[in-house]
Design a protein around this ligand. Structure first.
Ligand SMILES: *[C@@H]1O[C@H](CO)[C@@H](O)[C@H](O)[C@H]1NC(C)=O
Ligand SMILES: *[C@@H]1O[C@H](CO)[C@@H](O)[C@H](O)[C@H]1NC(C)=O
Ligand SMILES: *[C@@H]1O[C@H](CO)[C@@H](O)[C@H](O)[C@H]1NC(C)=O
Ligand SMILES: *[C@@H]1O[C@H](CO)[C@@H](O)[C@H](O)[C@H]1NC(C)=O
Length: 200
């Protein structure tokens, strides 16, 4: 009896080992791909970022962004030049593939979640830190971006410093340009995102 049991235990153990190796292979099988040419990102996409700022009145339902700092004497005096020095805004803004805002009830391609603050007295200038959160059939995961938004420049680059999920360990550069500016409470940025390090 024990003579029979021993080999079947052994083959069961072997099967478990093979199974575990197989699981490990598929769970950790992503391979690092690093672009060797700045013209050839390993992944790229363009998304539009819609920032609807709370106007202090009754757009609470539509606003996806809000100033969260109490204005200081400095920021209010500078705001005459609309530089808003020292103002910090927190946002959960929709991002879309086309320029149009998502229709009511429609899921955007992604959400940008994070903050920007204004950091220059002489002219409007900002700094961004946020995650692009994807939760669609096309993509699940995040890209994490940060950097100076030199608003006087037609285009400015910020860094893609990391990612999760479909964008596991991603790195790259996002080129921002102001695509629309409507009054004081809405602006749209075009973001051309190029990844130079991908795991595929
Ligand atoms: C609220 O919205 C109404 C209708 O759009 C507008 O007439 C009114 O001026 C708004 N009030 C404030 C405080 O923004
Ligand atoms: C909210 O947005 C909808 C369309 O996107 C617009 O019709 C409505 O007037 C907006 N409401 C406020 C309070 O801004
Ligand atoms: C604010 O704007 C006024 C008028 O354009 C200008 O004279 C002044 O230098 C500006 N202030 C700063 C700090 O840039
Ligand atoms: C992601 O989408 C699924 C399906 O629509 C939903 O059930 C889930 O709550 C979403 N997760 C987040 C973090 O939004």
């Amino acid at each position: 009896m024990s003579g029979l049991a021993a080999p079947s235990k052994l083959s069961l153990a072997a099967m478990v080992v093979v199974f575990l190796l197989g699981v490990a292979g598929s769970a950790h099988g992503l391979e690092r791909l690093v672009s060797s040419n700045s013209n050839k990102p390993c992944k790229q996409m363009t998304l539009y970022y819609h920032d609807t700022l709370y106007d202090g009145g009754n757009n609470t339902a539509n606003a996806t962004s809000s100033g969260v700092t109490k204005p200081t004497a400095l920021s209010t005096s500078r705001s005459k030049n609309t530089t808003y020095f020292g103002m910090l805004a927190v946002f959960n803004d929709p991002m879309t593939v086309g320029k149009a805002m998502p229709a009511a009830g429609e899921e955007p391609a992604a959400h940008a979640q994070g903050f920007y603050f204004y950091d220059k007295q002489e002219e409007q200038n900002a700094w961004f830190g946020f995650s692009i959160v994807f939760n669609s059939t096309a993509h699940k995961g995040t890209l994490n971006l940060m950097g100076a938004d030199i608003m006087s420049a037609k285009t400015r680059d910020i860094s893609v410093v990391g990612g999760t999920g479909d964008f596991f360990m991603a790195r790259g550069v996002a080129t921002l340009s102001t695509d629309a500016l409507v009054g004081l409470y809405y602006f749209r940025l075009r973001m051309d995102i190029k990844l130079y390090e991908c795991y595929v």
